[in-house]
Design a protein around this ligand. Structure first.
Ligand SMILES: C[S@@+](CC[C@H](N)C(=O)[O-])C[C@H]1O[C@@H](n2cnc3c(N)ncnc32)[C@H](O)[C@@H]1O
Length: 277
């Protein structure tokens, strides 16, 4: 399975540019299960550096966390060493389309900002997404829930101030994100009923880093957004020289404000809550 982002390298800086947004939405969805949160068996699919698991482990009974990338898991395990030792969470390296877990072992799965990495663009029928959702249907108990944190294409167009500086990469990126209606239909074919969709409008995936536009000149500050991995050298140079020109003419702050004006109305991320039929 190919991954366009080099997460081994990214894992070193990921946490300085990413925060776990929408936690109230996730906890709210888990709360609909009709069981105390402290008794829930949860899967964090594509757990990355464990930012969501770190919060969720304080609330639920047990977490199985799975990620493809060794570097991301290493960061997560370091962060949650005492919870691992206490048996509250287990990390496994593996792919979410073949989870190393038993049938019907989980009350819920959370999957945050991962499905656009499944590389179904240009292929009909979303076979990789289908394989992953079918696998999720295998491990979730009937009546359990799947919480998908992704982005709508409208959010990609209006929710990130810097995306007009890298239009070619954003065009490629948009093709990696399923349209919401197609996602709903595919989930239904895989045994899930979509119940709710939430866009936390004030949640910013990059945290404070997002509001420091000059930061984009630092590769470490770009680590939390894999759109940059879709730039070629020429496009990267153009973006950097556009940024430098705005810094020199002291217009970057105005550019940021103008381009960021549409974000509060659409937000940056979308949470889809679906129930296993
Ligand atoms: C943008 S990061 C999100 C990490 C974490 N969920 C978060 O929100 O902070 C995407 C993660 O998905 C993982 N990933 C991508 N494809 C995967 C797959 N097929 N199986 C497991 N993990 C995968 C990557 O290794 C990476 O850690």
């Amino acid at each position: 399975m190919s991954i366009y982002e080099d997460y081994q390298t990214t894992s070193q800086n990921y946490d300085s540019t990413r925060v776990p947004v929408g936690m109230d939405v996730v906890l709210g969805c888990l709360g609909t299960l009709g069981k105390p949160l402290s008794e829930l068996a949860l899967i964090d699919a594509g757990c990355g550096t464990g930012n969501y698991s770190r919060v969720l482990v304080e609330h639920v009974g047990h977490i199985e966390a799975v990620d493809l990338n060794a570097g991301m898991i290493e960061q997560a395990q370091g962060k949650l060493a005492s919870e691992v030792e206490a048996g509250r969470i287990r990390f496994q390296q593996g792919s979410i389309d073949a989870l190393p877990l038993d049938d019907q072992c989980a009350d819920a799965i959370v999957i945050n900002q991962v499905i656009h990495h499944l590389e179904d663009e240009g292929v009909s029928g979303y076979p990789r997404h289908r394989k992953v959702f079918t696998e999720f249907a295998r491990v979730i108990k009937p009546g359990g829930i799947l919480i998908i944190n992704t982005c709508s294409r409208e959010q990609l167009r209006k929710g990130y101030w810097y995306y007009d500086l890298i239009p070619e990469a954003v065009e490629k990126l948009a093709l990696k994100y399923m349209e919401m209606d197609a996602l709903k239909a595919l989930l239904s074919e895989c045994g899930f009923e979509c119940r709710e969709r939430y866009a936390p409008l004030d949640a910013v995936l990059q945290g404070e880093t997002y509001f420091k536009p000059e930061g984009l000149l630092d590769p470490a500050c770009r680590a939390g957004d894999s759109t940059f991995a879709l730039l070629n050298d020429q496009e990267l140079q153009t973006m950097e020289s556009d940024l430098r020109a705005m810094v020199a003419s002291e217009t970057l702050e105005d550019y940021f404000r103008e381009k960021d004006a549409s974000r509060p109305a659409v937000g940056q991320s979308m949470f889809v809550c679906a129930v296993r039929s």
